[in-house]
Design a protein around this ligand. Structure first.
Ligand code: BES
Ligand code: MN
Ligand code: ZN
Length: 491
């Protein structure tokens, strides 16, 4: 979608979207169109039995007095509660196959901030996102016709600034993350993934890739153990953005990148297993976040680290009962090879913490099915050893509309992963599965301020109710992380 911001005048092409508020009493710039059309608009409102409720909409084609070919009049409900992003997303979804290429949202004269006007463009872009490039036989009318979104706003330059400097680059990151999650596992295996990330050097990111040899030297046997059954070489990719003060400690983002999770020898059931191509959603969020950070030239130092492995059963695969030594020196009894994400993160977290000494680290992972039992697909689960960081995440979460909810970490839960055979085991049992997974991670972060966000329910979705989420890959986390960096490290 091409995005632009224009001044508020009746447009001469495409569809003009006119929101109507408060039971049809508040019109904003719709009035320009109404005046031009004399009595035609009011007659149409009456004929359409239009009351301005959200979800109500009707069209006037070839209205008199203006050159606009089509007016799309949409109920927008209570003006005080208006969410321009959701409004634009819902309308874009409904017009995506309309045959028109251009949609203009008239958001002038209704008291919106420039930020909200910019977010309307984001809503439209997210709702127009598709992942169609493997579909060679898609009929023309099954392809979206909309290619351009325009937002008409009182101070167009302010809205453009908010979009160009903040929302637009972050949206680019969301789109990139969605693509990664949607890619099939034969296209996106660890090395192919690392090669894609290398290209992001064009944005000014410094990229470093560690292969198995290097990781072996470093002693990352928790991560390497997961990849033993795979023909594909495991990778650890470090992305670095130095936009802040020279020498200032970075904030660190760490992502689980299991490019496919069969469960390994603790094999998952076959039905529905395909969606484990999305088990790299945490890493995709980190890559997308780094794209947003680089493209908006954030004045902060940020490190992104992703652990990329494929979890496969094989003669060489690790076995339930194996004991591996992590880079931290702590030993782990692998009682279930399907609890692999925490093994990957254990070494990625320890490496990040000891090598870069970050001020704070946040990891994202599609870590547990149990978080879906607890929170469904609505909220991500947040775990932290620091109340201040948990509060920062809560506000970044509401600012970005990527919802999250905190769960506890305590010594009593931590005990559940003690093992008689090693320093710990990688599963805690059926109860509190998301919490014991987080307790496991906590054993690898030392005293560093840290949070873990379990996005198993929000990073990939097969059912959709939000018009901004059009495909399996949601890109969840990209926006939250950018708000977190912007609010706490760029001041
Ligand atoms: N990748 C899965 C978690 C997952 C499940 C993500 C469903 C998205 C949807 C993870 O590696 C896993 O298999 N976890 C196990 C842990 C168990 C063996 C302790 C799980 O949740 O069942
Ligand atoms: Mn697993
Ligand atoms: Zn997994």
């Amino acid at each position: 979608m091409k995005v632009s911001f224009i001044s508020a005048k009746p447009v001469t092409n495409g569809i003009a979207v006119l929101p109507v508020f408060d039971g049809g009493k508040s019109f904003g710039s719709v009035e320009d169109y109404i005046k031009a059309g004399n009595g035609q608009y009011m007659a149409a409102v009456k004929a359409a039995k239009f009351k301005g409720k959200s979800s109500q909409a009707f069209d006037i084609y070839a209205p008199s007095g203006v050159k606009t070919p089509r007016l799309h009049i949409v109920g927008a409900g209570d003006k005080a509660k208006f969410d321009a992003e959701m409004f634009a997303a819902g309308v874009t979804k409904s017009l995506l196959f309309s045959g028109e290429t251009t949609v203009t949202f008239h958001l002038d004269g209704i008291g919106l901030t420039a930020d909200q006007a910019a977010r309307a463009a984001v809503g439209a872009r997210l709702a127009a996102y598709r992942f169609d490039h493997y579909r060679t036989k898609l009929a023309k009318d099954k392809k979206p016709s909309l290619t351009t979104v325009k937002v008409a706003f009182d101070s167009q330059s302010m809205a453009k600034k908010a979009y160009d400097n903040f929302h637009g680059p972050i949206c680019d990151g969301v789109v990139y993350a969605r693509d990664l999650v949607n890619e099939p596992p034969n296209a996106l295996y660890p090395k192919a993934y690392a090669n894609r990330v290398k290209k992001l050097a064009d944005l000014g990111l410094k990229i470093e890739v560690l292969g198995e040899k290097r990781m072996n030297t470093l002693g990352m046997h928790a991560l390497l153990g997961v990849g033993l059954g795979s023909e594909r070489e495991s990778q650890l990719v470090v992305m670095r953005w130095d936009g802040g003060k020279k020498g200032a400690k970075p904030a660190a983002l760490i992502g689980k990148g299991v490019t496919f999770d069969t469960g390994g020898i603790s094999l998952k059931p076959g039905s529905g297993m395909w969606d484990m191509k999305g088990d790299m959603g945490g890493s995709a969020a980190v890559v997308g976040a780094m794209i947003g950070i680089a493209k908006r030239k954030a004045k902060a130092n940020v490190i992104g680290v992703i652990g990329l492995v494929e979890n496969m059963p094989d003669g060489k695969a690790q076995l339930p009962g194996d004991i591996v030594k992590s880079m931290s020196g702590q030993t782990i009894e692998v009682q279930n090879t399907d609890a692999e994400g925490r093994l990957v993160l254990a070494d990625a977290l320890h490496y990040t913490n000891t090598k870069y000494k970050p001020v704070a680290m946040i990891d994202l992972a599609t870590l547990t099915g149990a978080i879906i039992v607890a929170l469904g697909h609505e909220h991500a689960g947040v775990f932290s050893n620091n109340d201040g960081l948990a509060d920062q995440i809560a506000s970044a979460s509401s600012a970005s509309s990527e919802k999250s909810w905190r769960l506890p970490l305590t010594p009593a839960y931590d005990k559940l992963i003690d093992s008689p055979n090693a320093d710990m085991k990688n599963i805690g049992g059926r109860e509190a599965g998301s919490i014991t997974a987080a307790q496991f991670l906590q054993r690898f972060v030392g005293n560093t301020t840290w949070a873990h966000i379990d996005i198993a329910g929000t990073g990939m979705k097969n059912k959709r109710s939000d018009p901004r989420e059009t495909t399996f890959g949601t890109g969840f986390g990209v926006r939250l992380l950018n708000h977190w960096i912007a609010d706490n490290y760029e001041g």
